[in-house]
Design a protein around this ligand. Structure first.
Ligand SMILES: [Zn+2]
Ligand SMILES: [Zn+2]
Length: 226
């Protein structure tokens, strides 16, 4: 059900993470925790909330926040329900995705997802802001193109990012859905993600993770092959 990954630095904060695939889109709902405090965050609880709660219990961490990379149904469908269950705040995405969070019920109906709710986060996130969990701090990069309000969570210290649907292993986010724009997406990746450094590893919204260096060298959307 889950895959275990570790992102460690010797001198500073240590983190653990598991991926919990949710919804018919196999979205990578991600549980990340600070090893020192066992305080944790759930990124993109798209649905299947009982499965997410079971994974939290099994991992024995204390979830204090929910973070959202963007407003698409497969990433936010379970957010309101999980917020109620855990009594924790939702942070993100960027305000530009408000139109998506105002239409979660409509979007869900198209895919047979019932029991979802429209909602507002407790905090919108903007470029340059920071969010934290335990001893872990992440910088916010606003990366529009897949959706107007997509954000990336970047830990400079751990050389790790959660990029949502902006960038994938060997691909990039689709831009054919309302609010999407391919040129804007490529600009976001080239101007904000590639400069983070080749050594930065990432988890993305679907499929396996990768690293910035691997994608810079081989991703056909970035090398000019497409
Ligand atoms: Zn998406
Ligand atoms: Zn997605």
């Amino acid at each position: 059900m889950t895959q275990q990954t570790e992102a460690n630095t010797e001198t500073t904060a240590k983190a653990g993470a598991i991926i919990i695939p949710v919804t018919l889109f196999e979205q990578n709902c991600t549980l990340i925790w600070c090893e020192a405090s066992k305080k944790a965050v759930v990124i993109d609880p798209g649905g299947d909330v009982p499965k997410i709660l079971a994974a939290i219990k099994q991992t024995a961490v204390s979830v204090e926040k929910i973070w959202l990379t963007h407003g698409h149904i497969d990433h936010v469908g379970g957010a309101a329900e999980l917020r109620d269950a855990l009594k924790v705040p939702i942070e993100g995405p960027h305000l530009s995705d408000k139109f998506l969070l105002d239409n979660v019920v409509n979007s869900g109906a198209r895919f047979g997802m019932t029991g979802v709710r429209d909602f507002a986060p407790d905090r919108w996130l903007a470029e340059g802001e920071q969010v934290s969990i335990g001893k872990l701090t992440f910088e916010i990069l606003h990366c529009p193109g897949h959706s107007p309000g997509s954000v990336v969570f970047f830990s400079r210290e751990m050389r790790f990012a959660h990029v949502g649907d902006v960038l994938f292993s060997g691909s990039v986010g689709r831009s054919d859905i309302p609010g999407g724009d391919h040129d804007t997406l490529i600009k976001s990746i080239k101007n904000k993600l590639l400069p983070l450094g080749d050594d930065v590893g990432f988890i993305c919204g679907h499929g396996p993770g990768s690293s910035i260096g691997q994608e810079r060298l081989t991703n056909p959307f970035l090398t000019g092959a497409m």
